[in-house]
Design a protein around this ligand. Structure first.
Ligand SMILES: [Zn+2]
Length: 357
């Protein structure tokens, strides 16, 4: 039996011939299994969607309640049978509700991890390695140059700058789903108890995190707040908003950006970021190697990102490994995030009008 009978790449995403469903399909399909709520993995318009309750809620927030014909929730550790394939959800540690989907069929186990990280994150359940024959991994940061420092260490840089420049506002760019809320939680852990201000694209998702039991402290929409009241404040916004006209109404803003890409200094410079913070929701090079090893897999499939280095490394470890060259999953989650932001901005909180006045 070939693993490809259970799961194989297709133009619409990973397809299960045995179970007749797709995992994170990039186009509308009859039956989809969704790993997490980021817009490159969770799209609208499928017939049936199986995902965690949190992922389903996030999709409803982003796309409206009618994002799919039918939905079914799966909890961590729970199994659901789809046409004879047993699907079990396990925490991926990526964002709230993110799940690795383990597919069992005729004694074969394939784990589709979606996006994942093994680093600590106070806003979601930690990544759990799942024993399997075939592990499917992303490789967004699949190069030895990518080693993410401790997130609390990066957050301390922000807190130091806030203390140093109490008359200035700090505008922190962070992807609206996951990163923004993780930064809020980290800022709270660092002892900052003042209200955090957010761009309109972040209000609903942040409120959902609170409702789901992730405490973020007081989070206020920045719209309408007087400029003088934002001295010393931290304002969190989607990456696309932090360098545009939107920040003009804040007092002498310091621009910060929390992303794994901030490890590349040229990127920070290009974007005019004064305070780059290397905080990522993806596994770094060490994390990828450790996570793949912990699954005990015999075979590694790499969906997207810097596939070649990880495939090469796996070969040196005696694993069969291949790149899947999946399209539709962005190497930079920025592009996917850009879509979500564009959607949010099309609403009443359109960015240019969203500034403090
Ligand atoms: Zn993601």
């Amino acid at each position: 039996m070939r693993p490809e009978e259970l799961l194989c790449p297709s133009p619409k995403g990973l397809y299960s011939p045995a179970g007749d469903f797709y995992v994170d399909p990039t186009r509308p399909v009859a039956r989809a299994v969704i790993t997490h709520g980021h817009s490159d993995h969770a799209r609208r318009g499928h017939g049936k969607v199986l995902a965690t309750r949190e992922t389903l809620s996030i999709m409803a927030l982003r796309y409206g309640a009618d994002f799919a014909g039918e939905t079914q929730a799966i909890a961590y550790g729970e199994s659901v049978d789809v046409n004879g394939v047993r699907i079990t959800a396990h925490p991926a540690g990526h964002v709230l509700g993110s799940a690795q989907m383990a597919l069992d069929w005729r004694g074969l186990t394939i784990v589709a991890s979606g996006d994942y990280k093994d680093a600590h994150d106070p806003t979601c359940a930690p990544f759990v390695p799942v024993r399997c024959h075939v592990f499917i991994s992303e490789a967004t940061f699949g190069l030895p140059v990518f080693r993410h420092p401790d997130a609390s260490h990066e957050t301390a840089k922000l807190m130091k700058s806030v203390a140093l420049f109490p008359e200035r506002a700090h505008v922190l760019g962070a992807y609206s789903l996951g990163k923004a809320q993780r930064m809020m939680a980290l800022i709270r852990q660092a002892g900052h108890s003042a209200p955090l201000y957010v761009h309109g694209a972040l209000t609903a998702i942040s409120a959902y995190y609170e409702q789901a039991g992730v405490p973020l402290g007081e989070v206020r929409h920045v719209k309408g707040v007087k400029k003088a009241d934002l001295a010393g404040a931290i304002i969190i916004a989607p990456p696309s908003a932090i360098t545009d006209i939107w920040t003009r109404n804040f007092p002498d803003p310091v621009t910060a950006f929390a992303s794994g890409w901030m490890r590349v200094r040229a990127r920070a410079r290009q974007r005019g970021i004064e305070l780059p913070l290397v905080v990522s929701d993806h596994a770094d090079w060490d994390g990828l190697m450790a996570s793949v090893t912990a699954t005990g897999c015999e075979e590694l499939w790499v969906t997207h990102g810097a596939e070649d280095a990880l495939v090469h490394w796996a070969g040196t470890r005696g694993l069969r490994a291949k790149p899947l060259h999946m399209v539709g999953y962005t190497e930079e989650d920025e592009a996917a995030e850009g879509e979500a932001v564009a959607e949010a901005e099309a609403g009443p909180d359109a960015a240019p009008q969203d500034g403090a006045s």
